[in-house]
Design a protein around this ligand. Structure first.
Ligand SMILES: [Zn+2]
Length: 110
């Protein structure tokens, strides 16, 4: 048996569910029980907690060795036009025409 929430407006306990929305018989308030769950889009943040978006420019906050190569990306290197990805790294970008996969925790928004 599903437990009914109290009405968010008048706190009535006599709420019922009409198959789409919750309905309060006391104040006629209707609301969807799904409001909280809907937005689970991944948010990527930089080292300062700023939210990163596709197309942002970022700066490396430490030297990063590129996996599988001898390349070291220097602290302070700027990457323009990043693309967010959902993988073990979360930012794709190009530096000097080469593609790199970076982790947002080592970046800050430029
Ligand atoms: Zn109510």
């Amino acid at each position: 048996m599903e437990q009914m929430p109290n009405c968010p407006k008048c706190h009535s306990e006599y709420v019922y569910h009409d198959s789409i929305n919750f309905v309060c018989p006391d104040c006629s308030h209707e609301w969807s029980g799904n409001d909280v769950v809907e937005n689970d889009e991944k948010v990527v943040k930089d080292s300062n907690g700023n939210i990163l978006q596709d197309g942002d420019a970022v700066i490396l906050i430490k030297d990063l060795k590129v996996k599988g190569s001898s390349i070291v990306l220097k602290k302070g290197t700027k990457a323009k036009n990043i693309r967010l990805v959902d993988a073990d790294h979360d930012v794709d970008c190009k530096i000097d025409g080469q593609s790199f996969s970076l982790k947002s925790e080592f970046l800050k928004k430029a």
